[in-house]
Ligand binder design. Structure first.
Ligand code: ADP
Length: 778
């Protein structure tokens, strides 16, 4: 061995290598040098021109698994096993040694399971004449890579994966020469992996066009994706998607390009698969959309429709039918225009509201139309949002708003009329007092009074509608009320009408003005009788408890909160036409001949029920009769009030004495009342306003026995006046006279104290009786 090393150092000198000069310069002797190399912890090997081992140190021999004193060691290729990557890297090192250039690669070396990764460096030693005339020798040093020992198989595993990957993988030098291809690449191109390792295949010969990044002379981005075509072994081209990464050397110069290629020949199938997926997703979305969607051709013939459309708008609609046939006649032109607009300019200008559906079951919808350009054929997509419920509520709301406005108007008119009627009736009374029954004027005056009283009745109905009448509610049993009413109703309805009552078991009680509620029921039955005509028919009255939750579940705009009681009056007459059903609760709306109907029946009923905290609804199918349903709040507790007191018998003698302050802004009323009271023996002080009344009260401090006052007056109203009077003269008795309901100002009892009430219009007798009654309570 010593001889061999001596030779080597001899080559070194003749090769003129810098390292070897240094060795000499160090002044170390050859033996010492040999010792250092032999005992180096890193494996070192000197190879000859054919790769044969000239020398291997102890560490190399150990790495090769040689035990004992043998100096014979195997070449590196015997130690390197594994995949193509290993082989390729070894090849590069061997080539470098042959080419007399330095190189470095990572190799996995070892026997059995003890494989380790080394940085293997080839240092050329130049041509050594004494041994070989032509070929150079090289020194191989092996530096153990410290980071790899934990996973000695990782490298192999990675190489295996690359080799067997389902995509093509290749690597090429800057000059285009391939230095690695995996199996897939090899199969596609028919180039054996060995041929590539031998370095004879250029990437340019395998690609139809110069692939990026060579095309840009390595100026392309370091990582990129492009399309390319690979020349197939079978002839023809394989379309590939090519992902590349440019590797740079230590100086930053591109030196290698790694490539991954995906065969795009199956792309069509991919796309078809994708398309099928998209289509099934789309049709799912189409069907579960919360709006109806219909695709139609330019003539509105249905090409496609979703499930929501059929469920919500037209169960039986089918492909090929014309969409317009499903639309209510009145809206067809709108739909036609919308489709034409969308197809014409492709714009979608807001929506239009339509009625659509099977006859008798039409629904309201908002319709949006857009153009659909589908592979040349033109069609329109119609989107329908169901707004039936919303419309219904809107209508109900508008209706209740209207009723409120009309009520206010009616109330105002009624109030003015009451003042006029009070004066007319009052003056007739005064006149009647001066004419005896035998007098020719007597009957005329009587006629005036009677007609004024009829007018007063009408006004009372108006007030009922505007909910401004005085009610006397008490807790009552509907069952009892209907039982009592039964006979009267039968008489009213006559022989041709069957009256059937179904009264609910354990029916809850209600709090209502019995007389008014009776009026409502009579009104509804008489209307039903009139509607059915001389032929007659059947009227049913049904009562039932309705729980709070059932009430809430009903499709009504407003329901009394809590438990209710239902009174239903239905008939089998002709029903109420759609056009007028929204108007029947309005005052003066009637379809009856002049003189027969006033149009106040239902409006009165409406007002009465509303005033008692309930609601009344009507439904009617043409030809199927009408159903009126009244919901009143259930009121089971006794309110302790005795039944309405029977009107006190009027005193026979209506004359009296005392000082009365009369406050009334309406001159005719004031004049009549004043005269009437004076006629009965009272002294009357007149005031036309609250302010004037206070002055008079002050001036006559303590002498005034009774104040009679209007309620609604400009500036100071009756209630404010009373509050002042309570301070000035707390014991003064008070009677309010008003065309409005007592409840309208009774809600502040504490401050107002005790007072009596006389609704307008009143007769002279009623006035005198009330005054006598209140004054008498001295
Ligand atoms: P009137 O009875 O004086 O006409 P209403 O206010 O009581 O006034 O009724 C208003 C209109 O409502 C009636 O003229 C009629 O057209 C309609 N109506 C009321 N009840 C029914 C019913 N049961 N069937 C058909 N139409 C009805």
């Amino acid at each position: 061995m010593a001889g061999l090393l001596r030779n080597i150092t001899g080559w070194g000198r003749s090769a003129g290598r810098a390292g070897n000069h240094a060795l000499d310069a160090s002044g170390l002797g050859q033996q010492a040098l040999i010792g250092i190399v032999e005992n180096s912890a890193d494996p070192i090997m000197i190879s000859g021109p054919a790769g044969e081992v000239f020398y291997a140190n102890a560490a190399y021999r150990a790495m090769a698994g040689i035990t004992g004193d043998s100096f014979i060691a195997p070449g590196v290729s015997k130690l390197v096993r594994g995949d193509a990557g290993q082989a390729e890297r070894l090849y590069r090192l061997q080539k470098a040694a042959r080419d007399n250039i330095p190189a470095e690669e990572v190799l996995s070396i070892g026997a059995g399971g003890a494989r380790r990764h080394y940085n293997v460096r080839v240092t050329p030693l130049g041509r050594v004449t004494p041994l070989d005339n032509a070929a150079p020798a090289a020194c191989w040093t092996f530096l153990l890579r410290p980071e790899m020992p934990a996973a000695p198989d990782t490298m192999n595993h990675v190489f295996d994966m690359a080799d067997n990957a389902p995509v093509g993988i290749a690597s090429a030098r800057r000059d285009g020469r391939l230095n690695y291809i995996n199996q897939a690449f090899s199969e596609w191109t028919g180039i054996a992996q060995d041929m590539v390792l031998a370095g004879g295949v250029s990437v340019f010969s395998l690609m139809e066009e110069t692939p990026l990044p060579w095309e840009l002379d390595m100026a392309a981005p370091d990582i990129g994706i492009t399309r390319a075509a690979l020349r197939a072994a079978s002839g023809g081209l394989i379309p590939v998607s090519l992902i590349y990464a440019v590797r740079r050397d230590a100086a930053g110069e591109p030196c290698e390009v790694h490539m991954m290629l995906r065969d795009l020949r199956d792309q069509g199938a991919f796309e078809r698969d994708d398309l099928a997926g998209i289509e099934s997703r789309y049709s799912r979305l189409f069907d579960v959309a919360p709006v109806g969607i219909v695709i139609v051709d330019p003539d509105a013939k249905i090409l496609q429709q979703n499930a929501a459309f059929q469920q919500r708008f037209h169960e039986k609609s089918a492909r090929g039918e014309n969409f317009l046939d499903m639309v209510d006649r009145d809206y067809r032109n709108d739909v036609r225009r919308k489709i034409a607009e969308a197809l014409g300019n492709g714009r979608q200008d807001g929506h239009t509201e339509i009625q659509i559906g099977a006859p008798g079951a039409t629904r309201s919808a908002q319709l949006f139309v857009t153009r659909v350009q589908d592979s040349g054929a033109e069609s329109a997509a119609l989107y329908l949002v169901d707004i039936t419920e919303q419309k219904h509520l809107e209508l109900q709301f508008a209706q209740s708003q209207k009723m409120q406005a009309v009520g206010q108007l009616a109330g105002g008119i009624a109030h003015d009329f009451n003042n006029l009627l009070t004066a007319i009736i009052g003056y007739s009374d005064l006149l009647l007092g001066r004419h005896h029954a035998g007098d020719p004027s007597f009957s005329d005056i009587h006629q005036i009074k009677q007609n004024a009283s009829r007018a007063a009745n009408l006004v009372r109905q108006l007030l009922a509608f505007s909910r401004q009448q005085t009610l006397k509610p008490k807790v009552i049993s509907l069952t009892d009320l209907l039982a009592e009413l039964n006979n009267l109703l039968r008489r009213l309805l006559g022989d041709r009408v069957d009256l059937n009552m179904t009264l609910g078991r354990n029916l809850g009680r209600i709090k209502a003005d019995q007389g008014q509620l009776e009026n409502v029921i009579i009104n509804l039955t008489v209307n039903a009788r009139d509607a059915m005509g001389p032929e007659g028919g059947e009227i049913r009255i049904r009562t039932e408890n309705v729980s709070a939750s059932e009430a809430r579940a009903l499709d009504h705009a407003w329901m009394p909160p809590g438990d209710c009681v239902l009174i239903e009056v239905s008939d089998n007459g002709p029903g109420i036409p759609k056009e007028i059903i929204g108007k029947i609760f309005e005052p003066f709306f009637t379809t009856k001949e002049v003189g027969k109907g006033t149009g106040l029946g239902l409006s009165t009923a409406y007002g009465i029920i509303k005033q008692q905290g309930g609601n009344i609804y009507v439904t009617s199918e043409p030809g199927g009769g009408a159903v009126f349903r009244i919901y009143l709040p259930r009121h089971d507790e006794d309110d302790g009030e005795a039944a309405a007191p029977v009107a006190d018998a009027e005193p026979a003698d209506l004359t009296g004495k005392g000082l009365i302050l009369l406050v009334e802004d309406e001159e005719p009323v004031r004049a009549f009342v004043s005269r009437a009271l004076a006629g009965k023996g009272y002294t009357v002080l007149e005031a036309s306003s609250g302010e004037m009344a206070i002055e008079l009260m002050r001036a006559n401090s303590g002498r005034i026995d009774l104040m009679i006052s209007d309620v609604m007056m400009p500036n100071m109203d009756g209630a404010s006046l009373l509050k002042e009077i309570r301070v000035l003269a707390p014991n003064t008795k008070v009677i309010f006279i008003s065309g409005y309901a007592e409840d309208a100002f009774r809600n502040n009892d504490e401050q107002l104290g005790e007072f009596a009430f006389l609704p307008k219009p009143f007769t002279l007798r009623q006035l005198a009786a009330r005054v006598k009654e209140v004054m008498g309570n001295n």
